[in-house]
Design a protein around this ligand. Structure first.
Ligand code: TYD
Length: 221
């Protein structure tokens, strides 16, 4: 049996990485085979190139960024995601194609159709969890974390990215099945098995509960 491919998407400071850890703990407790992974990925050397040359601001060319992140994704998909899904592992992946659509498309201004065409070669996830948060909440979290600022972490960037993700969400909702989460604590109505919007302004526990609920549905638990 193949595993499920579950993707965590959202702006910096949306809490997606913290939630991924919580979900992994939950799956470990339940003895459900899974792998935690992320993009850009450490295994293929592209991440260090991206960190050193792109996120540092040394290189500021959206086309280079698009292909660097896509090259990383291709290597990651072929060598890590697909083989482990085939072995029955569920994959929890921090960032995927929505990141490229939001950052290289909306933020850096590459034409949407062009970015989407490049991204269309990649495997479609079984579930995309969208960590929806306004930029002021994300900024407060990033300030608390105190990590040095990288490219794409200026307030103005986060503002644009937060709108970009909402637009991607709305567009995707228009032409695929989705799972909606109206309010934390409200029973969610599962309408399909593809997308789940998480209210990421809530506490760590409340955010994890929303994610686990959607994942349980997709895993058939
Ligand atoms: P990193 O610190 O590795 O992870 P995160 O912010 O998810 O904790 O930063 C990755 C940065 O790269 C982040 O600012 C988003 C950006 N990015 C893109 O611009 N395009 C992409 O396709 C991906 C995957 C990430």
């Amino acid at each position: 049996m193949t595993g499920k491919f579950i993707v965590f998407e959202g702006i910096d400071g949306s809490g997606k990485s913290t939630c991924l850890e919580e979900v992994a703990k939950y799956l470990t407790e339940k003895n459900i085979p899974h792998i935690k992974t992320e993009e850009p990925n450490e295994k293929f050397g592209i991440r260090s190139l991206i960190k050193k040359e792109i996120l540092s601001g040394n290189i500021d060319d959206p086309v280079i960024d698009l292909f660097a992140f896509s090259l990383d994704r291709r290597l990651h998909s072929k060598n890590e995601i697909t083989p482990f899904l085939e072995k029955g592992y569920n994959i929890l992946c921090d960032r995927y194609v929505w990141s490229t659509r939001a950052y290289q498309g909306y933020l850096q201004g590459l034409p949407r159709d062009y970015v989407e065409q490049v991204q269309s070669i990649f495997l479609v996830p079984d579930l995309t969890l969208f960590f929806c948060v306004y930029e002021d909440v994300a900024i407060a979290r990033l300030r608390k974390r105190g990590t040095p600022k990288e490219k794409f972490e200026e307030i103005e960037d986060l503002r644009k990215l937060s709108l970009a993700y909402l637009d991607i969400w709305a567009r995707t909702k228009g032409h695929t099945r989705f799972i909606d989460v109206p309010e934390a604590g409200t029973e969610i109505e599962i309408k399909g098995d593809k997308l789940c919007r998480i209210d990421a302004s809530k506490s760590k526990k409340a955010v994890a509960q929303q994610a686990i609920k959607a994942i349980n549905e997709v895993l058939g638990l």
